[in-house]
Design a binder for this molecule. Structure first.
Ligand SMILES: O=C(O)CCC(=O)C(=O)O
Length: 272
C-alpha cells in the first residue's frame, strides 16, 4: 500500500465516529471510472478472507490503484492503519427498473467491539442520480448493534441519505452502518464496488492528531441525528465516547460528563 500521508484530521475522524461514514467526492479520476466497468465485467479475482491487501491486489491492478489514490489511502491509513487484510470484495449491481429495493441491513452479525472496527469502501464509478437506486445510509446507526437484516422492516428513517453522487465518489464506512441498495428506476445498471478491510494493528491515533483538542471533536461527537429517540439516542453519544476513548487511548475523555457520571464508584476500583 502507498505510504502517502494525506491523513485525516481529528475532526474528520470524530465525524466518522459520530456518523459512521465519510464521503470523498470525485476522488477517482475519470480515466479510472471509465476503466472500471470493463474491469467489473471481466470479473474480479476471488480473495480469500484475511489476505494482506498488497497480496490480494498486486501492483498495477485496478483495485490496488483504487486503494492507493492519495485521498483513499490517507483515509484507510487513518482508520484501519497500515497493512490491513481483505475481508471480502464484491461488485454490487442494481439492475435497471428492477422493481424492488434491498432491505436495510448491516454487513455483520452483532458485533460488540469498541476498540476495533472494519472499514468498508464503496466506490461509484458512474454518476448516481436520484432514480438510480443509490445506496441508502442511516447516519449514526453504526454503533447501534444489530444482527444483519433485522432492520429490514424499517422502510424510511428521518435523516436517512439516499446517495446521489458524482462519478468517482468513494464512501468510507464503519462496518456496522445500516445501509441497503435502493430500487433502481432508471434504464442504467448502477454499480458499486465494495472492499471490506480488517485492521492488523491497534486502531489508536493513526490519523493526523494535531488538532485532537480542537472544538471540532466534541462538536462532531455530540451531533444528534433526527431518527434518534430522545432517551435511546443518548446511548449513541455514550457509544461514541467509548469508541473515542479507545481510538485515542484516553480513558478520561468525555462529552458533557455522560460517561464519567455512570462510572463514578467512590471507594471501588473503576471499571472501563
Ligand atoms: O447496492 C448497494 O448500494 C448496497 C449493497 C450492499 O452494500 C450490500 O448488499 O451489502
Amino acid at each position: 500500500m502507498s505510504t502517502t500521508r494525506q491523513l485525516l484530521n481529528s475532526g474528520q475522524v470524530a465525524r466518522f465516529v459520530a456518523r459512521g461514514f465519510l464521503r470523498l467526492d470525485r476522488v477517482v479520476p475519470p480515466e479510472m471510472n471509465e476503466e472500471a466497468l470493463g474491469v467489473f465485467a471481466a470479473g474480479l479475482p476471488a480473495v480469500p478472507y484475511g489476505t494482506p491487501l498488497s497480496d490480494a491486489f498486486p501492483e498495477g491492478t485496478f483495485a490496488r490503484r483504487l486503494v492507493e489514490l492519495p485521498a483513499v489511502a490517507g483515509a484507510l491509513e487513518s482508520l484501519v492503519g497500515p497493512d490491513p487484510t481483505v475481508d471480502h470484495h464484491f461488485v454490487h449491481r442494481r439492475e435497471p427498473r428492477e422493481g424492488s429495493a434491498q432491505a436495510l441491513h448491516a454487513d455483520a452479525l452483532i458485533d460488540l467491539r469498541f476498540d476495533a472496527f472494519d472499514v468498508q469502501l464503496m466506490y461509484y464509478p458512474q454518476e448516481v442520480t436520484e432514480d438510480m437506486g443509490g445506496t441508502l445510509l442511516v447516519p449514526g446507526s453504526h454503533l447501534r448493534r444489530i444482527n444483519e437484516s433485522d432492520t429490514g422492516r424499517y422502510q424510511n428513517l428521518l435523516g436517512q441519505i439516499r446517495l446521489v453522487c458524482p462519478a468517482g465518489t468513494v464512501l468510507v464506512l464503519h462496518h456496522g452502518i445500516w445501509h441497503g441498495g435502493r430500487r433502481n428506476d432508471s434504464d442504467t445498471v448502477r454499480h458499486m464496488y465494495k472492499i471490506r478491510l480488517n485492521p492488523t494493528v491497534p486502531q489508536v491515533r493513526l490519523w493526523d492528531t494535531a488538532n485532537l483538542e480542537g472544538p471540532a471533536v466534541r462538536e462532531e461527537l455530540s451531533h444528534w441525528f433526527p431518527w434518534y429517540e430522545t432517551a435511546t439516542g443518548r446511548l449513541e453519544i455514550h457509544n461514541r465516547i467509548r469508541m473515542w476513548r479507545a481510538l485515542t487511548d484516553d480513558p478520561g475523555f468525555d462529552v458533557d460528563y455522560w460517561a464519567t457520571r455512570i462510572a463514578n464508584r467512590p471507594g471501588q476500583r473503576s471499571h472501563a
